[in-house]
Design a protein around this ligand. Structure first.
Ligand code: AMP
Ligand code: ZN
Ligand code: FE
Ligand code: FE
Length: 282
């Protein structure tokens, strides 16, 4: 059997592995295909593609967008994106700027709470264009201001905690269009985590291509539920670990193994879209 992991993060967003380290783990675990899905970034894809090629692993370009529909947060995964697409790159840059500004606001809140964290220490630690709350948490631990990442989230960074700042999100419908105009497939990420079932029909109407049925935080019951939903709405089935690095002493990659037949179906869907657009332009 061949397997894939289609949900992975590196240091180009809030993961802790380099693309080379991640591809190395993927090779050791015997994966046939990997997709990189950093938050609001495709920057790590060139290095990940090279590392996967060297390890004999098929690589799929991806990204994870934070979006919303009807006030519900929805993460949208884009696959087979054209990393040179100017509209995609412009929008990604806009959301990276939003992320950086949010870091400044969260640090300002911490400072008001008499937590003396310097914003430059967060940016230095993040060392990427797509920083997020995990970087603030790691900087707090590094500065000795909290004992653990959990404490950082519990005391300060979780939703509605005193240093939490809501993130400006694109509309899910715009996110789907953005992915499509860049040649990609749009997939709803971890629906069981965001409790986004109610918005599935609207996103399907907007052209959603797939749904992430297999995810580290999905139970077997949840996976079965989303497989049934995929069937009902004729959606592609995807899955991945959402690995951000080590978890409880082990790399999280390896915990979710998507049967490769789903990757085949995704490739067929991309090819069908491509030939449909070529026909339309003839
Ligand atoms: P952001 O995109 O900045 O809102 O950060 C979201 C990321 O923070 C997620 O991808 C998780 O990796 C991480 N995260 C969210 N909540 C927690 C939590 N309670 N404990 C640890 N990490 C969390
Ligand atoms: Zn993340
Ligand atoms: Fe997510
Ligand atoms: Fe993710």
């Amino acid at each position: 059997m061949k397997f894939a992991d289609l949900h992975l993060h590196t240091q180009f967003s809030d993961g802790t592995f380099t693309p080379e380290e991640l591809a190395g783990h993927g090779a050791r675990l015997g994966f046939a295909a990997l997709a990189l899905t950093d938050h609001d970034s495709v920057e790590g894809c060139a290095r990940m593609a090279a590392a996967c090629a060297a390890a004999g692993i098929e690589f799929i370009v991806g990204a994870e967008l934070t979006a919303e529909h009807d006030h519900t947060e929805v993460h949208i995964l884009g696959y087979f994106l054209d990393t040179q697409n100017q509209t995609l790159l412009t929008e990604i840059a806009r959301f990276q700027a939003v992320r950086q500004q949010r870091i400044r606001e969260m640090v300002a809140r911490l400072n008001k709470l008499n937590v003396p964290l310097g914003v430059e220490s967060v940016f230095a630690l993040a060392n990427c264009k797509s920083p997020g709350r995990p970087h603030v948490a790691r900087a707090l631990v590094k500065a000795g201001l909290v004992a653990s990442l959990d404490e950082a989230f519990e005391r300060f960074l979780k939703k509605n905690r005193p240093a939490w700042v809501p993130k400006a999100r694109m509309s899910a419908l715009e996110g789907i269009d953005l992915i499509h105009q860049a040649g990609g497939l749009a997939v709803m990420a971890h629906p069981g985590l965001n409790r986004t079932d109610d918005v599935i029909p609207a996103l399907v109407d907007a052209g959603l291509d797939g749904i992430e049925c297999f995810h580290t935080k999905h139970s077997t019951v949840m996976a079965e539920r989303y497989l049934e939903i995929a069937d009902r709405f004729h959606l592609l089935v995807t899955g991945g670990s959402d690995c951000h690095g080590f978890s409880k002493g082990k790399p999280l990659i390896g915990g979710v193994k998507l049967p490769y037949e789903h990757v085949e179906k995704m490739k067929q869907a991309v090819a069908a879209k491509k030939s449909a657009t070529t026909d339309a332009h003839r």
